[in-house]
Design a protein around this ligand. Structure first.
Ligand code: NAP
Length: 290
């Protein structure tokens, strides 16, 4: 008989995320071990506890989830955790700090349902944050031409460099969106726009959007008023608005939650998986059968 499924939830914040805990339980985890304040300096002992307690044949029944609000810290934790593993002594790990991987995957899957990404140009507004950068990376992996937009051209360039490191063949270009005219130039000619700006920040006004050519899909990840793309309702899920398919943050949220639960379940299929943006995205494609 197989051992109960144990998920170790590692979180750098003062309290381990309740949201992540609920998803883990809903995904069928038997025992959830929650740790807060976890960083690269204190994670090793926790990982050893997961690796060395059960025999090798039962290691796939133990897994690690990396959460927390700081995505860069989560990435550092992932590196440190995988450094602890050796030979077959390892457990599977999922990185979804701040929901960045599952949210980016759901956003790109929405775009994929609307346009042929390999033949499209997609602008990621505020593409410098953790969600935007991951969305850009996934889009580049799909063969899209990606414009990463930022109020600062320098930040956009840095984000493009990071995407090229992850996707060597990626076609990415930086664009500055410090005002409405630059925002119009950034989206003009793009088939899809993903708005990945901070909560409560309008990135694209109705007037600017109506000035652009070629738009087929608008995806907004910000649910907090004012929304990122004026005219897209947070509940929109493929809603046709004047010939443009629209997705709002809550409309995307259903797919994001399905991907999150599927990723937790996937962890217990073997003990050697590392689920980051690309692996999480692949799971989303499986879920949507695309
Ligand atoms: P973030 O890091 O907070 O912000 C992303 C970018 O927004 C920043 O890099 C910045 O780009 C731009 N920005 C920040 N303040 C701005 C301002 N006042 N005016 C214009 N631009 C501004 O965002 P994130 O964590 O990547 O998340 C992106 C979006 O996804 C957020 O709206 C978040 O709420 C949503 N989200 C949803 C879920 C979910 O479960 N549904 C999960 C995670 C995230 P520049 O400085 O380069 O211009």
């Amino acid at each position: 008989m197989s051992k109960p499924k144990i998920l170790m939830q590692l979180d750098g914040d003062a309290h381990a995320s309740v949201f992540d805990a609920v998803v883990a339980i809903d995904a069928g985890v038997d025992h959830l071990l929650q740790y807060h304040g976890v960083g690269v300096d204190n994670v090793r002992e926790l990982v050893h506890g997961a690796m060395f307690t059960r025999g090798p044949q039962d290691l796939q029944q133990t897994a690690i989830f990396i959460g927390g609000s700081n995505v860069a810290a989560g990435e550092r934790l992932l590196k440190e955790i995988t450094r602890c593993f050796f030979a077959s002594l390892r457990v599977s790990v999922l990185l979804d700090a701040n929901g960045a991987n599952t949210t980016a995957a759901a956003a790109v899957l929405a775009a994929r349902q609307c346009v042929d990404l390999s033949r499209s140009q997609v602008t990621v507004l505020a593409g410098t944050g953790p969600v935007g950068q991951r969305a850009a990376r996934l889009l580049a992996g799909e063969g899209a031409t990606v414009r990463i937009a930022s109020r600062s051209l320098g930040k956009a360039r840095e984000a493009c460099d990071a995407v090229r490191l992850a996707v060597a063949s990626g076609r990415v270009e930086p664009v500055q969106t410090a005002d409405a005219a630059e925002t119009l130039a950034a989206i003009d000619g793009s088939q899809a726009v993903i708005a990945a700006g901070a909560a409560g920040v309008e990135l694209l006004s109705d007037a600017t959007r109506r000035g652009s050519n070629g738009l087929q899909a608008l995806i907004d990840l910000n649910a907090v008023p004012p929304v990122g793309i004026t005219g897209v309702d947070p509940l929109d899920k493929g809603k046709n608005r004047d010939g443009v398919l629209c997705y709002g943050a809550i409309g995307i949220g259903g797919t994001k939650m399905k991907i999150h639960r599927a990723a937790i379940r996937k962890l217990f299929e073997s003990n050697d998986q590392v689920l980051d943006a690309e692996q999480v995205y692949a799971l989303g494609r499986d879920i949507l059968g695309s």
